[in-house]
Design a protein around this ligand. Sequence first.
Ligand SMILES: Cc1cc2nc3c(=O)[nH]c(=O)nc-3n(C[C@H](O)[C@H](O)[C@H](O)COP(=O)(O)OP(=O)(O)OC[C@H]3O[C@@H](n4cnc5c(N)ncnc54)[C@H](O)[C@@H]3O)c2cc1C
Length: 393
Amino acid sequence: MNLDFSPQEEAFRREVRAFIARALPADIRARVRAGRPVGKDDTVRWQKILFARGWIAPGWPRAHGGAAWSPTERYLFDCETVAGDAPFVNPFGLDRVAPVLIRYGTPEQQRQFLPRILDSSDWWCQGYSEPGAGSDLAALATRAVADGDGYRVSGQKTWTSFAHCADWMFCLARTSVEARPQDGISFLLVDMRAPGVTVRPIEILDGLPHVSEVYLDDVRVPAAHRVGAEGRGWECAKYLLGFERIQIAEVPQSKRLLATLKRIAARERPGAGPLARDARFADRVARVEIDLLAHEVTVLRALAEFAAGRAPGPRASMLKLVGAEIRQRLTDLIVAALGSASLRYEPALVEAPGEAGEAAAQVAHWLYSRASSIYGGSNEIQRNILAKAVLGL
Ligand SMILES: Cc1cc2nc3c(=O)[nH]c(=O)nc-3n(C[C@H](O)[C@H](O)[C@H](O)COP(=O)(O)OP(=O)(O)OC[C@H]3O[C@@H](n4cnc5c(N)ncnc54)[C@H](O)[C@@H]3O)c2cc1C
């Protein structure tokens, strides 16, 4: 199996690199480089620049305004955008609900929603998890009761990323109770401004606004906003989760964390010299760097299989599991390298100028990265999948 990039792919990489160097606004680049959170306004500003270049929707077909890139081109694009200090685009519209609409949506739904995702007019969030349904998603209890030409939806979603600033939420709701819990679930598009929708932010470890509870109290959803057949939402839900797989390996992000770690560890410490010269610390850095390299090769193998027309299947669980562990180890080491500068943390400090703000921003990453072994399917669940479906245990 050839894991090298072709000359065309290398040329594409150079083109992306040059574009980011030229087009990314300096103030956004500076925020990302310092590790500070990037708000919705700045993210939308960057998304509109990508939109104007025709690069906002890498995997969409050209007929819908996408770039129709291969998974390898997408990977190279992600590597270059992260290395060039560009912010994350919001994936819930572009990379989650859009592929579902393209595959299962009606032409009217595609016309209504896709252009507004492309030009960042609408922001989306994902309402799958509930207080009693996370790993066991099919246990979800949100009900959608038929009402004329639509539904009345009631229930509670939780851990909903971006809900506090989203215009729409795609969600799973039970339209009937069947013997198999996966049956009777429908895939609905909910207007976040509809009467009966209440969003309550949840404060997680870093104290920054990431996730919310979303209460649905008798919310009217027209049948025209159900994607796919009634009761067949599980198929859409599973199709959508397949789009997380390569990205959730988080190789480009971990490479940037490694670069940050090396930069911080190279600093002079009063009376002690740089931590990078401490043999035990250097050993821990080398081990995680080697594991990251091996992880990247695994991702490249998965990409080569994609290119050969083979989906990675359950082995993709390894990408999520190892990616989350590496990210957590890197942020552990960054906090250790910051030493006493990491001891004082409060959310507002991430905006402080200079090294105090930079240290707080890294601590915020460390705190948030505890969640990487939970979201996108917990690491225990990934181990179960690997044990059963790959190792046959
Ligand atoms: C920061 C963050 C952002 C999120 N964003 C979103 C979002 O935008 N939209 C959304 O829908 N959801 C989101 N989630 C929710 C996430 O998908 C769930 O938290 C996750 O699926 C785990 O579900 P749970 O929290 O209900 O935990 P549970 O399923 O209750 O699990 C609790 C613990 O038990 C373990 N466990 C459960 N079942 C098994 C088993 N069979 N074998 C072994 N161990 C098991 C789990 O690994 C975990 O350690 C987010 C979560 C976080 C933390």
